[in-house]
Design a protein around this ligand. Sequence first.
Ligand code: ADP
Ligand code: F6P
Length: 475
Amino acid sequence: MRQSSLVVIANRLPLDDSAAPDGACEWRRSPGGLASALHAILEQTPATWVGWAGGVGPAPALPDLGSLRLRPVSLTEEELRGYYEGFANSTLWPLYHDAVQQPTFDRGWWETYRAVNQRFAEAAAEVAEPGAAVWVQDYHLQLVPAMLRELRPDLLIGFFLHVPFPPPELYMQLPRRVELLRGMLGADLVGFQREQAAHNVAQLAKKLLEVEATDHAIIVDGRTVRTGAFPVSIDMAEMRALATRPDVVTQARQLRHDLGQPKRVLLSVDRLDWTKGIEHRLTAYRELLRDGFVKVRDTVMVQVAVPSRERVESYRGLRDRIEGEVGRINGEFGRVGEPAIHYLNQPFARAELAALYQTADVMVVTPLRDGMNLVAKEFVAAREDGTGALVLSEFAGAAAELPQAFLVNPHDVDGLKDTLLRAMEADSADLTARMTAMRQHLAGHDIMAWARAYLTALDHTGSLAERLPPLSGRR
Ligand code: ADP
Ligand code: F6P
């Protein structure tokens, strides 16, 4: 078994067995912030990525992707239900997102979640060189840091949570709250999107584990676990390069033409998830149409909603409701050949997304709660000419970094309507000033800066500096 000095463990590999019908292996850019972020860092990096390859049954044999090795972890049908669809996405995901959807506490799922976490930990233990750094990602694998420490005390273990960490009063609802907290604190460094999360964890550690804790360090079993905020970002260079490619510029022009050359294009791009605030947004837009503030011929809304977690009941219900509402809005306000909303329930290639971002006058990113939201940052990166307005939820992690956006509380439909109108009517000098400031921020805070900041903090003594590719390597 070949071993690596950097091992990343995430629920998903960046491709699955269905992506290679002819035996060839390619990156499958799964929609989702985690895959987008890690893809940018690990492409062409001598590291190993441990993850689920999609599907059920024995893990497929996967060739390397350039210098990146893939180590698939298998799941049975029952494990997929209990671990991924159940505990990860029906218990932790809603609870960590402010319980905007009621979390389900099904006692049957816990044992499966624990067993699958153990399998991931064992797979990582096999492929990590002595003294290697192992970077565990996200809520699917919250028990892995402690399990890995048990198996391989020689490793430097990092954990990064891509989603929000909830306030203590919500976390306290979790039936397995102590095990989950201990699991995460098996790491040497626990990273979050926001400082508030580190504060919440410190409060919980004091209360539940009765240990010493500050917002930056927690003492567990005589070990110091460091904590902190490392806001994740995007591959700014990739998006800028895409956005200036002549075929993408032509495609953006063509899209605008196909949309009927309206005065304004509003765009939203989300995974079809109830955290993304799609229903609130549609309500606001319907009322703007109803009250005559927006006219179909002048303004077009494009809603991209990529399918996600489709076997989970609450996601199926959401899709039905959204499609019903889009149908109602188009039925009531659309004209022949001129729908009020263009709804696209499909994945897009990166270049197509870049063209869509360029086509938009107003990008509407209004999640009810979101760890970061990379779509907002991708839109800014794609606006090389400094035009365009970003309407951004205060409840997205990105809002802390992009205060020049039109910030909005998406729960307040009247406020959302006002903000949409303000963004639509803003003058170009104001928009350019806002966009320029946001682009400057992102230029200094891209995905490589994120990886470097996290890995430097993980390896704070510098013992692994020469062996950690994103620190010693490219760009
Ligand atoms: P989340 O992690 O909750 O899905 P983010 O906004 O942080 O939310 O990340 C979403 C990522 O998925 C972005 O990189 C975005 O470009 C990508 N994405 C969103 N919609 C699509 C789509 N229809 N096709 C392909 N990629 C998509
Ligand atoms: O960014 C949060 C996240 O859960 C990632 O871990 C994941 O890649 C993404 O959303 C998409 O979700 P899923 O892997 O369930 O399709």
